[in-house]
Design a protein around this ligand. Structure first.
Ligand SMILES: [Mg+2]
Length: 155
């Protein structure tokens, strides 16, 4: 497998961001399995860059270490040619606020942009809908599984 580079966003991908920005050294809980996934990627030859709008502080590095996130760099790609901009070169960007451009600008692409919701906000919406439904007793059982209806969330 050819060596590849992935830029992984911090907030909303490695760390929960459902409460939004709370301060430069205030971080959400690790999103489940982020530690395992980054380890698997690394074991498969990926160069992992944590790509974040946050400043690279000791607190950020401590959080990554404490949560056993495997990575090579933060906000830099030392393998990048010198005559390029600050945008990091990567084969893949993994970001909760990204969409994949499929090669054509059309009505669907514009609609998808208009309707885009980051995963952390979808989760927050689901949680709020669940709590509201629970209070109203609007939960129905399906087998042994409790489900709720959430507008705008497909499953
Ligand atoms: Mg994010």
């Amino acid at each position: 497998m050819a060596k590849k580079t992935i830029c992984i966003d911090f907030d909303g991908v490695l760390a929960d961001y459902s409460e939004g920005f709370q301060g430069k050294d205030v971080f959400g809980e690790m999103i489940p399995n982020a530690d395992i996934a980054t380890k698997v990627l690394k074991n498969n030859g990926w160069t992992i860059i944590v790509y974040t709008t946050r400043p690279v502080t000791d607190a950020l590095k401590d959080w990554l270490k404490e949560n056993k996130i495997t990575y090579d760099h933060i906000n830099e790609n030392p393998d990048q040619p010198k005559d390029t901009s600050e945008k990091l070169m990567a084969d893949i960007y993994l970001d909760d606020r990204a969409m994949c451009f499929r090669g054509t600008w059309n009505e669907w692409a514009v609609r998808e942009i208009a309707e885009f919701t980051p995963a952390c906000l979808t989760k927050k919406k689901e949680k709020a809908a669940f709590e509201a439904a629970y209070k109203e007793g609007d939960i129905w059982k399906r087998g042994n599984e409790k489900r709720i209806k959430v507008e705008g969330v497909s499953r």
